[in-house]
Design a protein around this ligand. Structure first.
Ligand SMILES: NC(=O)c1ccc[n+]([C@@H]2O[C@H](COP(=O)([O-])OP(=O)(O)OC[C@H]3O[C@@H](n4cnc5c(N)ncnc54)[C@H](O)[C@@H]3O)[C@@H](O)[C@H]2O)c1
Length: 317
């Protein structure tokens, strides 16, 4: 099968490209490299350095393609509050353009990177796919709008689609060419930031008085390799006219302090931290209910927080 990976030079997309190639899929990549890195694109793939916002680039990227994995987009919550129009443009309009070009090119299969940010502050934890969707920032709102657009597309144009709502993606993948890992700038994700923490620039712990066992926020982390395994299972399970939504996490929660402890163990030294005030809009606990992905896709995440930390650490060297 020939898969177009949009955002295929980003953190998750580049890992998808490598794993798909290793499993015999043919790959094209569309990425404008605004936050991705062209050096991750392997030989033997068709790489179009172009944008979701350019119809010509999209049409070129879709040539000969059977299915699309759509990772491309903007994904920083803070930036989305400062630049909501850019998020609307790249994420929502970019996805609209992709769906229209897929229709013109006769491509009917889509797996989309959605987010737990579509749920906002949960009423119940663990969070089911049927939970109310009330995003608390423009980033989450754009992901929800795209999910709704895909549902309409499945009905009106009979496409076969899945939206995968990731919780916190972490870890790294060792390919034959070396490690593929997070190279975000700025890096907003906890695990790389904890591992880079120094006495001079300690990682901040936002809130130590949350109603959790140790007072710090609890989040659900999923290893990027397990995440891509779920993408491939979702791709192979697509049904015409249906849009399925799946939560992807581990189904377990780790507090910020537990992540720091895992990192101290992996590095062999105590990680410096700085207790800081709560951030507005941060829920205390976010944990996915992953039973739908387990039962309908036969997906079981197998890598825990220790591998996410040790793989990220190994990728630094
Ligand atoms: N990392 C996480 O924990 C997480 C959690 C939930 C959802 N997601 C979603 O997963 C996807 C991938 O995330 P990531 O962490 O790999 O981010 P990333 O920034 O590393 O990757 C996004 C890629 O999209 C590309 N891109 C951006 N705008 C584009 C455009 N107009 N045209 C073409 N390419 C464009 C970037 O250059 C980059 O390579 C995103 O859609 C993100 O919202 C990520």
């Amino acid at each position: 099968m020939h898969v177009l990976v949009t955002g295929g030079t980003g953190y998750i997309g580049s890992t998808a490209v490598e794993i798909l190639l290793s499993q015999g899929y043919q790959i094209s990549i569309l990425d404008d490299c605004s936050t991705g890195h062209a050096d991750t694109a392997p030989a033997g793939v068709t790489f179009i350095q172009g944008s979701l916002l350019n119809g010509g680039d999209l049409a070129q990227a879709l040539v000969g393609v059977d299915a699309v994995m759509h990772f491309a987009g903007k994904s920083l919550v803070g930036e989305s509050v400062e630049k909501p129009v850019m998020y609307q443009q790249v994420n929502v309009q970019g996805s609209r353009n992709l769906l229209d070009e897929m229709h013109k090119s006769g491509v009917t299969k889509l797996v989309f990177s959605s987010s737990a940010a579509t749920y906002g502050e949960p009423e119940h934890v663990p969070i089911l796919e049927s939970a109310p969707t009330k995003p608390t920032n423009p980033y989450g709102a754009t992901k929800l709008e795209i999910d709704q657009m895909i549902t309409a597309e499945a009905t009106s144009r009979d496409i076969a689609a899945a939206s995968l709502r990731y919780f916190n993606v972490a870890g790294a993948y060792k390919s034959d060419r070396g490690w593929l890992a997070e190279r975000h700038n700025p890096e907003t994700h906890l695990i790389p930031n904890v591992l880079r923490s120094t006495k001079e620039n300690p990682v901040k712990i936002f809130g130590t008085d949350w109603p959790t066992s140790d007072g710090t926020c609890v989040r659900d982390y999923v290893h990027v390799v397990d995440l891509i395994d779920a993408h491939i299972k979702a791709l192979e399970s697509l049904q015409p006219g249906k849009h399925e939504i799946y939560n992807l996490g581990s189904g377990d929660g780790y507090s910020v302090r537990q992540v720091v402890t895992a990192a101290s163990k992996a590095t062999g030294h105590e990680i410096p931290t700085l207790d800081s005030p709560r951030r507005a809009g941060d829920p205390a606990v976010l944990i996915a209910d992953i039973n739908k992905a387990k039962s309908k896709l036969g997906w079981i995440p197998t890598r825990g927080i220790e591998s996410m930390v040790t793989d990220t650490l190994a990728s630094f060297n």
